[in-house]
Write a protein that binds this ligand. Sequence first.
Ligand SMILES: Cc1ncc(COP(=O)(O)O)c(C=O)c1O
Length: 372
Amino acid sequence: MRIETVAVHAGTHVDPGTGAVTQAIHPSTTFERDPDGSYPRGFLYSRNNNPNREALEECLAALEGGAAAAAFSSASAATSAVLLALEPGDHVVAPMDAYHGTSRLLRETFARWKLDTTFVDMTDVAAVRAAMRANTRLVWVETPSNPLWKITDIAAIGEIARAAGACYVCDNTTATPVLQSPLKLGADLVVHATTKYLGGHGDVLGGAVVSRVADDLFERIRGVQASVGAVPSPFDCWLVLRGIRTLPWRMRAHSDNALKVATFLAAHPRVEAVHYPGLPSHPQAGVARRQMTGFGGMLSAQVRGGREAAFAVERKVRIFTCATSFGGTESLLEHRASVEGAATRSPDNLLRLSIGLEHADDLIEDLGQALG
Ligand SMILES: Cc1ncc(COP(=O)(O)O)c(C=O)c1O
């Protein structure tokens, strides 16, 4: 089946009791046992599992072509579950431009638990190879990466991870399973912030880990999910699943709009540089075309005149909202360095744009008037 059909149908079953076509929300925290102590319907207690979470996990696994998925209350919780499945003393290779929350987890929280991380430029395959050690157990990539939207060659880094016997994880939040299939390109695990495009409407936080195979590592992640308990509520699962139903169509529209906006900005005299993997000028445009079927809704622009000029654009936009996060229907814009804090690697004149589902011409006119 094609992804549009999977997105509409996976995880959904007509309710045998009522005939309801859309799944009900099950807020019950506990589920009836049989007198012999068994759980004939498969549910015990909602931290362990819940019908809404099961439906969402089934859909996420189907979308990514994985064997199993585990849903979390945020992507940061999903990332932590993957890291908690490792052992103290293990070595991790991660991107120097990973989402800043992922970097912070590795640098601060998990360093104290004796996970040792080497941060590398994932577009430099030789640097990744050189960073590998005998005790490297995890290689993490995020592509396109935030906020310069650099593209990692998923298959090439996967070969290095496989040769070392390390687990290979791809954060697929920005591309989504519609535009990129990391499990088919050699990843063992995919991580998502379902908060972004999968939820798609800026109204629910969530995360997920999808595994290519249902192996011991995934069982450890499942164990962390139930024992640590950073699980999404039934309503949150229901919202993410509802968002997924339209994901393929939304990703097409986000990508079309973003390419138009990126093309406009690239030709604007007040813009120094535009970072978007769909532009032929992008440094990894070839890799992007090979491994992606579209380039998504995220782009960044560096404004001539530095930090103050970037803030001036923020003050003047009317349709764009100045806010963090991405993947919703409405377009957002933010000065990335000031969001990321002291450890930022973002240029001081960089604005990150999440291109929404408004008409592209309205977005272009808004940016045009704001750039002056
Ligand atoms: C690529 C990526 N991964 C993970 C996260 C973390 O998501 P959450 O806020 O759901 O923890 C984000 C958040 O912006 C992100 O952009």
